[in-house]
Design a protein around this ligand. Sequence first.
Ligand SMILES: [Zn+2]
Length: 163
Amino acid sequence: MPQQPEPDCTLTQPDKRNDVWCKNPPPDTGSTAHKRIQRAIDDMRAISDTCATRANILQVILNQRFIHVYPEKALPRGNTYPPLYSGAFSPLGEGEAGYIGLSEVYTKFAYDSRHKTRPSPYVSESPTWLQQVLAHEADHLMGIAGHTTDPQTTTHSQACGGG
Ligand SMILES: [Zn+2]
């Protein structure tokens, strides 16, 4: 039987990220979080064909209710490179069959280019926002494993992140 990429939430999840994914729901349609994610996807789609490819994958995953939003402190955010856990995660190369875990930082605070994350004593990262983070995860979903010199950045995260 082929293994589904998304965690089987009826089982104990040894990976902390997948455990957090299982324990936190997708945003309800019509909620502020859902609207902000949808707007980021729509804005991404309008930038270029490359970004539209990523937006279309994100749209399928959103429609499947496979973007789950978790409380900011559910996962530790380290200063290591690569980060032990980041504000978002997704399975490499699974495309629209994949899933995404997303910190509520990006739906409540850093939801567009005028509302960015702020560096803190605990998080050393460039200020970023929802559309960039979604583009970053879309790169991973498309099989791009690596980051650029900035661990917050992938090949297309900036160009497709808007702002
Ligand atoms: Zn990454």
